[in-house]
Design a protein around this ligand. Structure first.
Ligand code: BES
Ligand code: MN
Ligand code: ZN
Length: 477
């Protein structure tokens, strides 16, 4: 747990801390070192002669306003790889709001490191951040207290999700995720976890989820997490793709890039993290999170190209490509969710669904596909405010040919390789009744963060969806 304090003068800060401030920050000690550091016009970092601080980093003011190129975060990341002190003092008197929210989440995310999985014998134990002193103006204090509390709860949800996603898939199976979800939810009386085993999945007609999961030694699961922060009112529903490993199935992926496919359950992990964050803040809403968990493996029972499976809403899908498995498990989970809550306020699904969304939007933006304009506006606005942004891709009946099948109601992949991300969304839209607003987030580019050439889980889009909730609650007040 990282503690924090809002301070109005550097004299209130604890000694031996790492001071991080804009190069123009006033007042700072009037030393030659600091004056030289101010004059560089660049990021200036000093570890010697800094008393009463342990380390001083001065960062050009432009980066504190830079909400597009992550300038401030880029400067902070290397500093926190091996921190000089467990305490940081950061001057946030003049910072863009989206940058502030990102920086706070970054700092509160420092409670977790890959080393915590204890898979590396030589654990080079570095100093870990334990306290933040934030220098602010008295007039900012009230708003900042809320912001700090919110961003810490968001970071805690992100950490739970990131940790689960980082665990290798031989350990992190569908049942393991279900167990972890139950254990994490047990900490909150407002959260309740329901787990469907393989038999219940078959009995409840989730034939698409079962088709994907039946080829693996570890069988599929469906987890529904219920959050009751309010006695009544419409339920906000979230559905996550939880492929604990995606080999591609019989349509086997190439070996080289396959190792990141343990992260194909980030959607599900982030749904869990989202509900944990909401519960920590006691948000006065009802939510349901659904985790569609399966391993897409090869084996004698694996689904085969050309198989047809039936979803729990009765629709049939021709599986022409076994590597387009995410839309299958999501389709069933979305339909199941809509049956459980026909009056849902909305259903938002999140998934590492297509590599093509990375080609279209890159690694900074999540792809948003929806036909509900108010959901589109609200999610887009929430993203801009918190720095976890989305960008829309088209979704309408012009995609219809992309899901036509001669033998079944739908086919899971078009043969023409066109509009791959949107075609997947078009398939999904058949599984949510038109009466429930629905949005699809393709997070293939954003759910992972590239660190030192390797991919690790990022926790996105938890910040986006929490901000979306905050905005909705502010309007209702
Ligand atoms: N999990 C992948 C998508 C993915 C690929 C996410 C790379 C992150 C990085 C998904 O199940 C998949 O294999 N999608 C196919 C879809 C295609 C068969 C239509 C893809 O993107 O190639
Ligand atoms: Mn796949
Ligand atoms: Zn996948």
């Amino acid at each position: 747990m990282i503690t924090y304090q809002l301070i109005h003068s550097l004299s209130e800060a604890q000694p031996n801390a790492h001071l991080i401030a804009p190069s123009t920050s006033q007042p700072l000690p009037d030393s030659t070192l600091i004056n030289e550091m101010r004059a560089t016009g660049n990021i200036a970092d000093a570890c010697f002669g800094c008393a009463p601080f342990k380390r001083i980093t001065l960062i050009p003011p432009a980066l504190w306003q830079d909400n597009l190129t992550d300038g401030l975060l880029k400067a902070l990341r290397p500093l926190f790889a091996t921190p000089a002190s467990a305490r940081v003092i950061i001057d946030i008197r003049d910072i863009h709001e989206a940058v502030l929210l990102q920086v706070l989440r970054f700092l509160f995310n420092q409670v977790y490191r890959l080393n915590d999985l204890q898979l590396k014998t030589a654990d080079n134990a570095t100093v870990r951040l334990s306290h933040i002193d934030a220098l602010c103006l008295p007039g900012q204090q009230e708003a900042l207290e809320i912001i700090f509390r919110q961003q810490q709860a968001i970071a805690n949800g992100m950490v739970a999700a990131r940790r689960l996603a980082d665990i290798p898939s031989d350990c992190c199976t569908p049942q393991f995720v279900a167990d972890q979800a139950q254990a994490l939810c047990a900490a909150f009386p407002t959260l309740r976890c329901e787990v469907l085993n393989e038999q219940q999945i078959v009995e409840q007609g989730l034939g698409l989820l079962h088709a994907v999961g039946k080829g693996a030694a570890c069988p599929p699961r469906l987890v529904a997490i219920h959050y009751d922060g309010a006695a009544d009112g419409p339920v906000r529903c979230y559905v996550g793709k939880g492929i604990t490993f995606d080999t591609g199935g019989l349509w086997l992926k190439e070996g080289a890039g396959m190792y990141t496919m343990k992260y194909d359950m980030c959607g599900a992990a982030n749904v869990l993290g989202l509900l944990l964050s909401a519960a920590e803040l006691n948000l006065p809403v009802r939510m349901m999170g659904v985790l569609a968990l399966a391993e897409n493996a090869i084996g004698p029972n694996a689904m085969q190209p050309g198989n047809v499976a039936r979803a729990c809403n009765g629709m049939t899908v021709e599986i022409n490509n076994t590597d387009a498995e995410g839309r299958l498990v999501l389709a069933d989970a979305i339909a199941w969710t809509s049956q459980r809550h026909p009056q849902a306020r909305y259903i938002i699904d999140m998934a590492t669904l297509t590599g093509a969304v990375v080609k279209a939007l890159g690694y900074e933006l999540s792809g948003l596909m929806t036909q509900d304009e108010s959901l589109r506006d609200n999610l887009t606005r929430a993203g801009k405010k918190c720095g976890d942004e989305v960008w829309s891709l088209p979704l309408d009946a012009r995609l219809q040919k992309q899901t036509e099948s001669a033998i079944a109601d739908l086919c899971n992949t078009p043969t023409n390789n066109a509009a791959i991300s949107a075609s997947a969304a078009w398939l999904l839209h058949h599984f949510c009744p038109a009466t429930i607003p629905w949005a699809h987030l393709d997070v293939s580019g954003t759910a992972l963060w590239r660190e030192g050439g390797k991919s690790v889980a990022s926790g996105r889009p938890i910040p986006l969806l929490m901000q979306h909730l905050f905005n909705e609650l502010a309007v209702e007040k």
